[in-house]
Design a protein around this ligand. Structure first.
Ligand code: IMP
Ligand code: MG
Length: 332
């Protein structure tokens, strides 16, 4: 899959980090380009350790993968350095000199705005930081002295990598239903989260992309306020094994059964060529840890078939446990 975009299909937290880490190892990713900002936490289990990454691209699990942060991204300098240290990627991570900077004042503005509080934002300040960028008064990565050694031209590096047939992954954040354009406005994040926007933030044209992998969890979760069709109570979620807390903010995640209609919409708008279905073991516990399709129980197979029928996109990856390699790869 030379140039692949990874996008979320619902309200984020679908398990994009897990799919990225699997591809990084299995497909030997050469480049992984992160977009978005610190509001998103991508959870990755690697060698028995859990990482919740807000800045460093998920491809870090492959020690040979170049890690880039695109021009459209919005960088929290302290969080970036904290994660570079934690993941030990100093020699292979870089930021586009035009990425914008999110500062403490943005977080303070986010937390003190009644309107933003009402939307249940993460409080990192991404909305106010993006506002400042739109006003063209934001600081960029090139304005921060500590970032000097890390600056690069991400669009050029990435396009050259695609020209050279390297394995390139563009890492999206959140999910389609949190998109500023296509989501449940005003209960959305401060940017478009669709595959096209991910390309745009990285600086890669639509004709250069080979695959769009759209990630769904086998049930739906949402943090913050806004509609969630078919929402179940926290008690019921606990009973079903679906109750989660947010990797970034520790807030309770609300939950609902898988939504075929919304999945179809997300597949269309993202132009998905493949789907990933994570946490199948939380809906069908017998699937836990399985790594081959044939073993799946009939009920789970029926569910996967229905997802494929309703979206007209093949389910190529099935998550059966937290580790990067707890996965059924159906690419054949
Ligand atoms: P903001 O992105 O912090 O402005 O928050 C706006 C909405 O997006 C809130 O409902 C947040 O809970 C949600 N949100 C932002 N980032 C994530 C994420 O990474 N996962 C899930 N929800 C998110
Ligand atoms: Mg998350």
């Amino acid at each position: 899959m030379p140039c692949t975009v990874i996008a979320g299909g619902f309200w984020g937290d679908e398990g994009k980090g897990k799919i990225i880490s699997y591809l990084a190892l299995k497909d030997k990713l050469d480049f992984c380009v992160r977009t978005g900002s610190v509001n998103a936490a991508h959870t990755i289990w690697f060698e028995g350790k859990r990482y919740a990454l807000h800045a460093v691209p998920g491809g870090f699990v492959n020690g040979k993968c170049r890690l880039l942060i695109g021009a459209g991204a919005n960088v929290h300098v302290a969080q970036f350095f904290k994660e570079v240290e934690e993941t030990g990627v100093k020699s292979r991570v870089a930021i586009d000199s035009q990425a914008s900077i999110i500062e403490e004042k943005h977080s303070a503005q986010d937390k003190s705005s009644e309107h933003l509080k009402g939307l249940g934002t993460t409080g990192w300040g991404v909305g106010p930081a993006v506002e400042e960028r739109v006003r063209r008064t934001a600081k960029l990565a090139r304005d921060i002295p500590e970032l000097k050694p890390y600056l690069t031209d991400v669009a050029m590096e990435t396009n050259q990598a695609i020209d050279a047939d390297k394995e390139v992954l563009l890492e999206g954040t959140q999910g389609l239903l949190l998109s500023l354009f296509h989501g449940t406005y005003p209960y959305v994040t401060g940017r478009d989260t669709s595959a096209s926007a991910i390309c745009s933030e990285a600086g890669v044209g639509p004709t250069r992309v080979d695959e769009v992998v759209l990630v769904f969890k086998s049930f739906v979760t949402r943090v913050g306020t806004g509609p969630l069709p078919g929402e179940i109570s926290k008690e019921e979620a606990v009973k079903r094994g679906w109750f989660e807390t947010a990797a970034g903010t520790s807030r309770d995640r609300r939950s609902a059964p898988f939504n075929f209609e919304l999945a179809r919409k997300a597949a269309i708008i993202n132009g998905a060529t493949r789907l990933a279905l994570t946490k199948l073991d939380c809906v069908f516990p017998e699937c836990k840890g399985m790594r081959v399709s044939e073993q799946l129980p009939a009920e789970a197979k029926q569910f996967i078939e229905r997802v494929e029928e309703e979206t007209s996109v093949p389910v190529s990856f099935i998550g059966t446990g937290p580790d990067a390699l707890d996965l059924i790869d159906r690419r054949g």
